[in-house]
Ligand binder design. Sequence first.
Ligand code: AMP
Length: 460
Amino acid sequence: MIKLLDEARELSIFTAYNTNVDAITYLRGDTVQKLIDEFGAGAVRRRMEEYPRQINEPLDFVARLVHALKTGKPIEVPLVNEELQGWFDSHFKYDVERMGGQAGIIANLLANLDFRRVVVYTPHLSKRQAGMFVRKENLSYPVVEGGRLVFRHPSEAYREGDPVKVNRIFEFRAGTTFKLGDETVTVPFSGRFIVSARFDSIRIYTEPGLKPFLPEIGLVADGAILSGYQGIKLRYSDGRDANYYLREAKRDVLLLKREHDVKVHLEFASIQNRELRKKVIYNLFPLVDSVGMDESEIAYVLSALGYPELSDRIFTYNRIEDTVLGGKILIDEMNLEVLQIHTIYYIMYITHSNNPLSEEELRSSLELAATLAAARASLGDIRSPEDFKRGLGVPYNERGEYVKLRFEEAKRRLRTREYKVVIIPTRLVRNPVSTVGLGDTISAGAFTSYLALLRRKGAL
Ligand code: AMP
């Protein structure tokens, strides 16, 4: 596995678009209590019943937070009213600030693993954001100077005045208690509540000045990992809309591939709005080679594609057989080269049967991904290629054998001759230092090792 990692590290990877600052607060019971007392338990309860889908005013936040604490489920709710930033700043102290956003997390990860070259692009690069990139020579940001494309470290490429996207993450621990009126609430599971900034000023796109240079960027990259489309809004105050940004996103992929058919991986994240979810799938999936997502996301995708029963089944029962079936539908309808699905207990690849890699090779790529995630979960971060070895000491999860058994059954029942489907159990760390970015780590590890294996075969 070390050999495969070494081969992957020979690659040059481009990644875009989303970065943000994750401002983390470790929530205590008395902090929650103060919030409830400020608004009154009755008002909080009423708003909880309304279940606001986005945060427009402080009470929306308090209601959704208390709801999440009662169930102990991790959730992300968009904050759409920029004026509330002051309210948050006056009510909470941040314990830690960290790089957030898939492109930012993946860029730092691959740079720390000493990949040959990592080019990261994010349309808003403030000084604060730029300061969160690791100081590595292999990491750069594309800049146009004097009509030419040059690459600079993000810390030398930032622009004063660029907006900063701050996602506020409230980490909660099982056992935290507070009172909601006369009801005593005890948080059942540890998790996190994310208030994600969705402001008009934040866009997911390539600046017009850089756009003509995308083919040149494509030429220096062996692969591209694109993400952040969940941050597109349906409508903006200047009249632009999701259709506009998705048309531009399609052009970006085609421009990257123009001079050399660079393989493109799209990392899909949950999109609450069904209309936007459908647009992202239909506009972009057919243009990319590889897609990665987690189990709840495949269920959302299937529901958007018109398979509500299968989607419901995956949500309710989490059966491997249904996930395989859903994956087959997705690679067929979108004609993907490879689909990767990660869940808490297993990771899966589905390809067509003519994929150049053998099932054994595909499995070794997933092994690398699971090991990398285990290393990150144990250490909190991956700072050097050496850190990877830490993952090798993490055993497969205790359901591993059961997973394999169910998978073999599913394979017998479903027609899988036209596909290659491989699955491996995850190496689950019992008390992870952090769970943020583990999915991104799996996808980056899987895609880059997939490319390395293609290269070994002369297919890249
Ligand atoms: P996501 O839902 O995209 O953030 O992906 C999270 C993935 O990280 C899960 O599907 C697991 O495969 C992996 N994962 C989660 N928790 C752990 C852990 N404690 N140790 C190792 N891997 C983990």
